[in-house]
Design a protein around this ligand. Structure first.
Ligand code: F6R
Length: 257
């Protein structure tokens, strides 16, 4: 299957990473405020990595200077390395605290991040509970995604199935290579992670995939214009109408349509 019209309509290309990120932050802020008016909580799926950093910076600015409140926001992060202690500098827990949670008025009981400290025997029940918690909140209103060079979303590496749920996965070699900078050496990079599945992600009411920089140009080309296949898990998103791709000019530079 190739790119459909719906997908073409939902690709937004911004001149640079800053303008793309500000757009995404404003979309999130708007949803938070809409839900607040309705007396409801926003159930927000979040990503880590370099891509969403400017989005989080803008959300912090909106909180500090424009009265945006996170008191009625419930978050679920996509993934966490396994094994991983939340206090470790490279944990996604530490990342979220440093880049967003420590700077806004979110309630700690509303933050959910997969737990990388559990024993192997406990992981499956934890993953099932993670899914249940999302469902109990009525599902994700918005899921923010980045994309890995393997085409992963969350840590759903090539081979992941469309109906996959939250589970323990093995990281692809390219993903490990990309993490060496953060961990200092290949040996220190965890080989596994707990990730929301493709089904968990695609059940969100809205999805924003943000991709920035030339590094992402080739995989964005494949994800948006390639055949849908498990070999590039982000291609699964082509089938869903609720996906918006937000790109900077560099990430969009290999798109042909
Ligand atoms: C992170 C995540 C990953 C990243 C992807 C891109 O929570 O789920 O899919 O979004 O690896 O990472 P960066 O943004 O560092 O290029």
């Amino acid at each position: 299957m190739s790119l459909n019209n719906q997908v073409e309509k939902t690709v937004k290309v911004y001149p640079n990473n800053e303008s793309a990120s500000i757009y995404v932050a404003q979309r999130i802020a708007l949803l938070i405020n809409q839900k607040k008016i309705q007396g409801e909580k926003l159930i927000l799926g979040l990503a880590t990595g370099s891509t969403p950093k400017l989005v989080y910076r803008e959300l912090i600015r909106l909180h500090r200077y424009e009265g945006l409140s996170f008191r009625h926001v419930v978050t679920f992060n996509l993934d966490e390395y396994y094994p991983m202690q939340p206090v470790d500098e490279q944990s996604y827990s530490a990342f979220m605290n440093a880049n967003l949670f420590d700077h806004v008025d979110i309630l700690s009981e509303n933050i959910h991040i997969p737990n990388g400290t559990l024993s192997m025997e406990q992981v499956e029940a934890h993953c099932d509970l993670y899914e249940k918690k999302i469902k109990d909140f009525g599902g994700l209103d918005l899921q923010l995604l980045g994309i890995g060079r393997t085409g992963h979303i969350g840590f759903n590496e090539p081979g992941s199935e469309l109906h996959s749920a939250t589970r323990l996965v093995t990281l692809n070699d390219i993903t490990i290579e990309d993490a060496i900078m953060d961990f200092g050496s290949r040996e220190r990079v965890p080989k596994q992670a707990i990730t929301m599945g493709i089904k968990t992600i695609t059940q969100a009411k809205e999805i924003i995939l943000l991709a920035l920089s030339q590094r992402k140009a080739e995989i964005i080309h494949q994800a948006l214009e390639g055949m849908i296949s498990a070999g590039v898990p982000a291609t699964y998103l082509q089938q869903f109408k609720n996906v918006e791709y937000v790109l900077d000019q560099e990430a969009a530079s290999r798109l042909t349509r």
